[in-house]
Design a protein around this ligand. Structure first.
Ligand SMILES: [Zn+2]
Length: 563
């Protein structure tokens, strides 16, 4: 019966993240995209939902859980035993001691103790904890070698204990309950708190049963209930509800930017009433947000639910793979999603993207505007050429691709980056792993940014190309006069003029140069006068032509990836 299907439609970001969390939990194959912003699913998707709920978190974040740190030692343990401890040295002993301390700390923690009560086993893990003690470490490897056989005997005894602990944790019940406890206190409690298994007063010890009765059974009971006489309506889905007992107060922080909150909105948010089904969906919020290093991220794309799922999943896999806590993996993932559309039948509809971050227990928001996303799509070729382009500034390695992407997402132009690149090339070309074509590509992307930001329309490659050619041809004239040693000084002066957008100074220097080589100033230079960003673009492109390969050093041998 069609009417029995449940529909979810996109709304504000917190709801959207919860819907995506729900889809992640039940699996996209169990929902049906019926409109761009709407999915449907059968109530059967809620059967055993509590198991799917925890399984999602345990599977997704497995390698970050303390449970994993315990059981992952198994491989090491096997290797040492198989080699009869031949490779076991002082370092290995130190590592083992650290591991033992960690294991002791974990297995006597309250959340582990609570899990033991749910695991059907004869094993008393806490009695192992007392027996499990670290092994005295000799002063150095020589001492270690002298006492090795004794030490190994001790290690073997520890391994016996550890093996039992690992077996216990790695069992399916161990993973199910300890994993779920880990997920609750590392992931889920970032999004909500105070109810069900996160209510410190809860009577139900089994976290699965607690979640089931508090969220799932309430929702399914509500779905089957006769709603004819209900007087209120759900704020989210408008369905009739019996009373005002369910609200959003269990969600951490609120959906509004704290900095912009106005008191009536604030109260309003806390007062709103929802139906038990929407509450169940909201409990999936932590499965929609991607957590790393106690921070969360969610990309709110509101046009197509399918795209939102895809973008967030892509970012999830990037972030969970990378060790980087910055915005970088997020930007990279977004760029790759945007670029994928080129070869993709399921084209993205480009729209503003809202980046929601959870940091220090509050939500922060960034908007990535459509024009900026469009620039990323349009300059794929130029961007790709910059992926491995680096230079060193003040001892710090700077990746040009990251800089460009970061600036685009922050609505900034690239002039200061171009300046740094050219200045670096002049002062120490050996620290600049790029060539003229890379500068040209940065300039071309920058022209795109400037025309978007400033609303001007012009062929972005033409100005860069012509200006660079003018610089190159002037350089050749200096070479012909054996005056190439003068070029560095000229470039410095031109860069200074550009940095302060001093057109007069720039023109003084260029006029002198052309006088010196007895040529006319090219039209591309004079045409750009008084034209703001175009003048800067011309100037930097001109200087990059003047610098390029002037002394044969740098990375001329490195083939230009942009060509
Ligand atoms: Zn509702």
């Amino acid at each position: 019966m069609k009417s029995d299907k449940i529909r979810l439609t996109l709304g504000d970001w917190q709801w959207n993240a919860s819907v995506i969390g729900f889809i992640n939990i039940v699996g996209e194959e169990n929902v049906c995209h019926i409109e761009a912003d709407t999915v449907e699913f059968w109530p059967e998707a809620l059967d055993g939902f509590e198991n799917k709920y925890f399984a999602y978190f345990i599977n997704t974040y497995e390698k970050t859980l303390s449970w994993y740190k315990i059981v992952n030692f198994q491989d090491r343990l096997n290797t040492y035993e198989e080699n009869n401890f031949e490779e076991f040295d002082l370092k290995a002993l130190e590592f083992l001691n650290v591991y033992i301390k960690d294991v002791k700390r974990y297995i006597k923690s309250n959340s582990y103790k609570a899990a033991y009560e749910l695991i059907d086993s004869e094993v008393e893990l806490l009695s192992f904890e007392k027996q499990l003690i670290t092994i005295k470490e000799p002063k150095n490897q020589q001492r270690f070698d002298v006492d090795k056989s004794e030490i190994v005997n001790e290690v073997k005894r520890r391994f016996l204990l550890l093996q039992q602990i690992i077996n216990y944790c790695a069992s399916s019940e161990g993973r199910r309950y300890i994993g779920a406890k880990n997920a609750i206190y590392n992931i889920i409690n970032n999004a909500w708190n105070g109810v069900s298994f996160l209510n410190s007063q809860t009577k139900e010890k089994n976290i699965y049963s607690d979640y089931k009765s508090y969220f799932v059974d309430t929702a399914t009971g509500y779905l089957q209930s006769e709603k004819g006489k209900y007087k209120y309506n759900c704020f989210v889905c408008d369905a009739p509800i019996k009373d005002m007992s369910n609200d959003l107060s269990f969600l951490n922080a609120t959906g509004f930017d704290v900095a912009r909150k106005s008191s009536h909105v604030w109260n309003f948010q806390n007062d709103i009433t929802i139906c038990p089904l929407c509450k169940l969906i909201y409990s999936c919020l932590p499965a929609g947000i991607i957590y790393t290093y106690n921070r969360g991220i969610y990309i709110n794309q509101t046009i197509k639910l399918k795209d939102a799922v895809r973008i967030n999943n892509k970012i999830k896999s990037r972030i969970l793979r990378s060790q980087d806590g910055s915005m970088r993996p997020i930007y990279h993932a977004l760029v790759s999603v945007l670029h994928e559309q080129e070869n993709d039948s399921a084209k993205y509809e480009l729209a503003d993207v809202q980046v929601v971050r959870y940091e220090n227990e509050s939500y922060r928001f960034n908007i990535l505007a459509k024009p900026m996303l469009q620039i990323i799509v349009n300059s794929k070729k130029e961007l790709d050429s910059l992926i491995r382009v680096n230079f060193i500034e003040n001892g710090r390695n700077i990746n040009v691709y990251d800089e460009v992407i970061g600036r685009i997402f922050n609505n900034q132009n690239l002039f200061t980056l171009i300046h740094k690149m050219l200045y670096g090339k002049l002062s120490d070309a050996s620290k600049c792993y790029f060539n003229g074509s890379h500068v040209r590509n940065v300039l071309i992307i920058n022209q795109l940014i400037c025309s978007r930001l400033g609303g001007m329309k012009m062929d972005n490659t033409y100005l860069v190309k012509k200006s660079r050619e003018a610089g190159e041809s002037l350089r050749n004239k200096y070479f012909n006069k054996d005056s190439n040693h003068k070029l560095a000084g000229i470039c410095y002066r031109l860069l200074n003029a550009l940095k302060t957008t001093n057109e007069n100074m720039f023109m003084d220097v260029t006029l002198n140069c052309y006088l010196y080589v007895n040529s006319q100033v090219p039209k591309v230079i004079t045409d750009a006068l008084g034209r703001g960003k175009d003048f800067s673009t011309m100037g930097y492109a001109f200087v990059s032509g003047l610098i390029d390969g002037q002394d044969g050093s740098g990375n001329k041998e490195k083939k230009a990836e942009g060509e």
